[in-house]
Design a protein around this ligand. Structure first.
Ligand code: BDR
Ligand code: CA
Length: 316
């Protein structure tokens, strides 16, 4: 069974944690490293949370690097109302004894890609600040990226604003750089993000498990439900990672996409040109700023949820 080499870029983040747990323990994923960026919460919390998740996954050898502490332009705007004051559900978990890597996020990305004998897929689950900085800092290494599968954007409504999804809205300039980089991009956006979820009953079962990853996943899910007052709750960012190793469970299509970097009400929107060919030819979307992007539109929800449950229940 071949493994897919990936690097995660995260703003952990409850649903980032679901994704990290999965990527750290799935036997078909070689998780080369994790880079951290501010987004859901500040960079210190993001690093601390990510190390705690790797402790729970008993994955001590995966390097974790600190990245950007604010967007390229403008100020950070955190989502602590969703993820808690510590950014990961305020569970009161003791700090990890692990150390953050001495390299910055862009340096770790460079080294992991340069040293990999296999093609590397980057999976950003957060604002794209680190990835844009990396593309600009090391363009020669960037040419070696196999593809980028990112959680961000929407071909329909937004969440941070009526038009914009949080990760793109937090740093639209960075997103525009990434989308226009020429690296093959798959966008796992809000059209699918909310759909795979677990119920309170499933989370309770996980928490009762004798396995550490399952217990941790269950506790996080319950904290998320408590905070938002809903069940089921989405597994969120995890879906993007699942789509890398199980593309057969997802439906995608190619579109021209423009990231809105204007100062108006659509700032951070991913404008996905879903018109028919006749109308697209009549009045093309802005060719200079647009990128050809593969957009995820549908998925087999039950199979994607089962994949997560089976995976985190498989490692002690
Ligand atoms: C995205 O924003 C964050 O709150 C989540 O972790 C996810 O990456 C959804 O818009
Ligand atoms: Ca995230």
């Amino acid at each position: 069974m071949g493994k897919t080499s990936i690097i995660l870029d995260v703003d952990t983040g409850i649903d980032d944690a679901f994704a990290v747990l999965f990527a750290a323990v799935h036997p078909e994923i070689k998780l080369l490293g994790i880079t951290c960026v501010d987004g859901n919460t500040n960079i210190d919390n993001v690093v601390a949370n990510t190390l705690k998740v790797l402790d729970a996954a008993q994955a001590p050898d995966i390097p974790v690097a600190r990245g950007a502490l604010r967007p390229l332009l403008g100020q950070s705007q955190y989502a602590e109302y969703v993820h808690g004051a510590d950014g990961m559900g305020d569970l009161g978990i003791s700090p990890s004894k692990r150390k953050v890597d001495s390299r910055s996020a862009v340096e770790l990305l460079r080294d992991l890609i340069e040293n990999s004998s296999e093609p590397v897929t980057i999976v950003p689950l957060a604002p794209l600040t680190n990835i844009a900085l990396f593309l600009r800092s090391f363009p020669e290494t960037a040419k070696k990226i196999h593809r980028i599968v990112l959680m961000g954007g929407s071909a329909s409504a937004g969440n941070a604003t009526a038009a914009a999804e949080f990760n793109v809205w937090h740093d639209p300039e960075a997103a525009a750089i990434v989308f226009q980089s020429g690296v093959p991009i798959t966008m796992y956006g809000l059209d699918v993000f909310m759909r795979p979820g677990i119920t309170r009953e499933q989370a309770n079962e996980l928490q009762k498990s004798s396995l550490k990853t399952a217990q941790f996943g269950g506790a996080l899910a319950l904290a998320f439900m408590e905070r938002l007052g809903v069940s089921p709750i989405t597994l969120g960012d995890y879906g993007a990672v699942a789509s890398v190793i199980r593309p057969d469970l997802f439906t995608t299509a190619m579109f021209d996409v423009v990231v809105d970097t204007s100062a108006g009400p659509a700032r951070g929107q991913t404008i996905v040109d879903r018109r028919d060919a006749f109308l697209r030819e009549l009045e093309p979307i802005d060719l200079e700023d647009s990128a050809k992007v593969r957009v995820t539109l549908d998925l087999d929800v039950d199979a994607v949820v089962k994949l997560w449950l089976d995976t985190i229940e498989s490692k002690n």
